[in-house]
Design a protein around this ligand. Sequence first.
Ligand SMILES: NC(=O)c1ccc[n+]([C@@H]2O[C@H](COP(=O)([O-])OP(=O)(O)OC[C@H]3O[C@@H](n4cnc5c(N)ncnc54)[C@H](OP(=O)(O)O)[C@@H]3O)[C@@H](O)[C@H]2O)c1
Length: 260
Amino acid sequence: MGDFLEQFFVLVGLLVCLAYLVKFMRFCRCIFLHLWRVSPRSFLKSMGQWAVITGAGDGIGKAYSFELARQGLNVVLISRTLEKLQTIAAEIEWTIGSRVKIIQADFTKDDIYEYIKEKLKGLEIGILVNNVGMLPNLLPSHFLNTSDNIQGVIHCNITSVVKMTQLILKHMESRQKGLILNISTGVARFPWPLYTMYSSSKAFVCTFSKALQAEYKSKGIIIQAIVLSLIPSWVFYSSMFQKAILTHYVKYLKQNTNLR
Ligand SMILES: NC(=O)c1ccc[n+]([C@@H]2O[C@H](COP(=O)([O-])OP(=O)(O)OC[C@H]3O[C@@H](n4cnc5c(N)ncnc54)[C@H](OP(=O)(O)O)[C@@H]3O)[C@@H](O)[C@H]2O)c1
């Protein structure tokens, strides 16, 4: 029995070492690919002249807009607030020199796609960044207590990805190249109670991207889900959030585990 246990633990130890060795090798591969710039600087530009970014007025979408412009693409910025779009467009045109088109649209609605299609007509779109997304409740909340606008959340987080992809993929397919980046989140990887709508809608984005990539890889199109975990630290450190986590989650755990 003693010998068996010893061999068992040696085996477990070896498996753990092997798992970490694989992780280390993957890490080295990333560093290698990054340092040796496997894809040339012209790679993004080679996809097409224009990049379309949804939710481009702020945050991650705004950052993508600037970076893609810096990489030599013209950009189409889509978001709700016209003034923000105009300011960003002026800044990109002035500092980088790329051409910019802006489209004002609210992705919580589902009747905007004909209008967007019209505005995109004639552009050679090489890159689509499906960035727009909304967190229906910042504080943890039960499904029935969250925003009444569930349809809006579905339209913004799911319909936008499907419809924008449908609009643009068609042309990418005929040109046999294109890149679609769908922005998801770390909490899509597992069910996240009290943020059910957000985590499950973002899980859709991951599944949709993987399946679509399998369908269109052979046509020269790259489709990826980007899994971000960039919740600003102030959210975690704010006393309001911590209090909410403590009260809501403790209540939730008590209800679900029958603890007193
Ligand atoms: N920030 C994070 O920590 C984090 C982490 C993981 C994943 N993500 C994901 O990354 C993406 C971008 O996040 P973010 O924090 O950068 O977003 P954000 O700052 O909240 O919003 C970015 C832009 O989206 C636009 N937008 C919001 N709702 C819209 C709507 N219904 N129709 C049209 N435009 C709309 C906003 O436009 P207006 O200002 O004009 O309304 C804003 O310009 C989202 O899909 C999010 O789920 C974010």
